[in-house]
Design a protein around this ligand. Structure first.
Ligand code: ADP
Ligand code: MG
Length: 573
């Protein structure tokens, strides 16, 4: 028998690290976001510790982050004058891959204390999110934030001096499973805080160029709460890239309309003045700030089925994504942002979207935007009509998409009706002016206003003074079928089923012939008509709908409304 060798599988930590870094982040630019956010955190920690240890922040001036480029030497340096790290902290924080603020966050989630509202439906949503987010939670437990710099650097040196101490340490590593640490001369360390030097890989040398770094900082970290300076080459004068103030963190009373409008224009790339500005801070289990604008002009791609939302997401003022799912589709025209401290930073965007925290935020922001619209409808009808004419047909999608808010969305809707003249009517107007005993909200739908206004089906309603909604958006046929009631009144198409108008007397009823006398004649005629039209129609009935026209077509009670039938036919169904 020949000798056998025993081998172990090689578990390569660095490969694992490499895979993690590359699977969590698809986009290498994010390493800079991670380093800047750590630097900003360090400045905020210093500010916090200095409140109990006076003098800690003395000497080094205001908080700032400096990025120094060395294109020739292929180096990028990120330096802050924040809290810094002691030897033990360097080993602990940078030497333990699983150390991360995210971890505490995930532990909180798992301990069954996920941030959520008290209501029971919220609970269901959270559970759904949790099941799907299992892998997100797992990866989120690794503190890959700092390690993402090994996506672009073959070697990293971290020199740090903790605030209030007289020693400095250098941590260095190639990210392949080990690191070295040694004492540094105070002269080679920052006076306070941390300097991280990335020795860039050849394929990542663009991160030492001003163009790239400036672009990334503006795009990703433009609203980090600490100012960021760019030093183009070693010993050059610093140039300020961002000033460290984020508009949304200020109190509303400190922000002028002009500042809001400028901010909106920068954010949206549009030049109109927003019709509504919603800015609030939510406190409670999930804390966040939201700043949302309702434009006055519709974007060209509003009805593009691929159009995503336009709300940005920040985590502690660090940009995460452009199209956070914080509003329902039918509010996709709203522009703005949400900033929260309750989401992990170093988890991919996809995973953040599934977080139960985001569900809570979505509910909160949606409610606030809708109630702002309600307020505007009540207090500034003209401004609201501008919003409605730009976005009404999008908002109406919500009537069939958002079952829970259907009644609210119906109340926000404006309509042309047989009683609206040149203006528009709300359903509250309609219900208030309805006839005694009228239990339905009548509507007629069609592609063209003049055409439906001339429909013979309207005659009987007009003659009795019963208001009928004139629906001309293609979305109308869908919700009208799916929105059974508003204030206990059912929606009824007047081109469908029986009209049942006998209960409402005609003003000139006296001239009408005696029904009992007429009935046998009518029945004979109907029987004849039925037999003649047996191939074409399913029934022929006497109707109260008509006062002038002899005949009109209606759809059966239990089928589609005539307009919806047409839309479905056009769509080839
Ligand atoms: P996280 O930021 O989620 O905690 P990171 O991997 O980004 O995870 O950072 C790990 C830890 O390293 C931080 O929590 C912090 O304690 C420490 N750290 C990183 N960068 C700095 C810095 N510039 N100044 C002080 N501490 C830092
Ligand atoms: Mg971090």
């Amino acid at each position: 028998e020949k000798p056998s060798e025993h081998h172990s599988f090689e578990a390569d930590v660095s490969r694992l690290l490499h895979m993690m870094v590359h699977s969590v982040y698809s986009d290498k630019d994010v390493f800079l976001r991670e380093l800047i956010s750590n630097a900003a955190d360090a400045c905020e920690k210093l500010r916090y510790e200095a409140t109990t240890t006076p003098g800690l922040a003395a000497g080094e001036g205001e908080a700032r982050i400096a990025l120094t480029l060395d294109e020739e030497g292929r180096r990028l340096t990120v330096e802050d004058n924040g809290i810094g790290m002691s030897r033990a902290e360097l080993i602990d924080a940078l030497g333990t891959i699983a150390r991360s603020g995210t971890r505490a966050f995930m532990e909180r989630l798992q301990a069954g204390k996920p941030a959520r509202d008290a209501s029971s439906d919220e609970e269901k949503e959270s559970e759904g999110g949790k099941a799907e987010g299992d892998s997100a939670q797992l990866i989120g437990q690794f503190g890959v934030g700092f390690y993402s710099c090994f996506m672009v650097a073959s070697h990293v040196d971290v020199v740090s001096r903790r605030a209030g101490t007289d020693e400095a340490w250098i941590w260095s590593s190639d990210g392949k499973g080990s690191f070295d640490i040694r004492a540094a001369d105070l002269a080679e360390a920052p006076a306070r805080g941390t300097r991280i030097t990335l020795h860039l890989m050849d394929e990542a040398k663009t991160y030492a160029s001003r163009f790239t770094v400036e672009r990334i900082v503006k795009a990703q970290s433009g609203h980090v709460p600490v100012p960021i300076d760019l030093i183009e080459k070693p010993d050059a004068e610093p140039a300020r890239l961002t000033d460290g103030t984020a508009l949304w963190t200020k109190a509303r009373s400190e922000i002028t309309d002009e500042q809001y409008n400028d901010f909106y224009r920068g954010l949206s790339g549009q030049y109109d003045t927003p019709a509504l500005t919603v800015h609030f801070r939510a406190e409670g289990r999930v804390e966040y700030t939201a700043l949302a604008f309702v434009p006055t002009v519709a974007p060209f791609d509003l009805f593009d089925p691929d159009r995503r939302g336009r709300m940005k997401l920040y985590v502690k003022r660090v940009f995460i994504t452009d199209d956070a799912d914080v509003l329902p589709r039918y509010l996709r025209f709203v522009r703005g942002l949400v900033d929260t401290a309750d989401l992990p930073l170093n988890v991919s965007r996809e995973m953040i979207q599934e977080s139960p925290v985001l569900q809570v935020i979505k509910k909160g922001v949606t409610n606030r935007v809708l109630s702002a619209l309600e307020k505007q409808l009540a207090n500034d009808r003209n401004a609201y009509e501008t919003v409605w004419s730009a976005f009404g047909s999008v908002i109406k999608e919500g009537i069939y998409e958002d079952f829970e808010r259907r009644e609210q969305l119906l109340a926000l809707s404006l309509f042309k009706t047989t009683a609206s003249g040149d203006g528009l009517r709300t359903l509250d107007d309609y219900v208030r002016d309805a006839k005694d005993g009228q239990d339905a909200i009548y509507y007629i739908s069609g592609g063209n206003l003049d055409q439906i206004k001339a429909s013979p089906q309207l005659e009987g309603f007009r003659a009795r003074g019963i208001e009928v909604l004139l629906l001309t958006d293609s979305v109308d046929s869908f919700w009208a079928m799916n929105a059974p009631k508003f204030k206990d009144k059912a929606f009824r198409s007047i081109t469908q089923g029986g009209a049942d108008l006998k209960r409402f007397p005609l003003p000139d009823a006296g001239e009408k012939k005696d029904e009992a006398e007429e009935a046998p004649k009518a029945d004979a005629f109907l029987a004849l008509a039925r037999s003649l039209l047996a191939e074409e129609v399913s029934d022929v009935r006497a109707s109260d709908r008509l006062t002038e026209s002899a005949v009109c077509l209606v759809a059966p009670e239990d089928g589609y409304d005539r307009q919806l039938e047409k839309i479905l036919q056009d769509a080839g169904r």
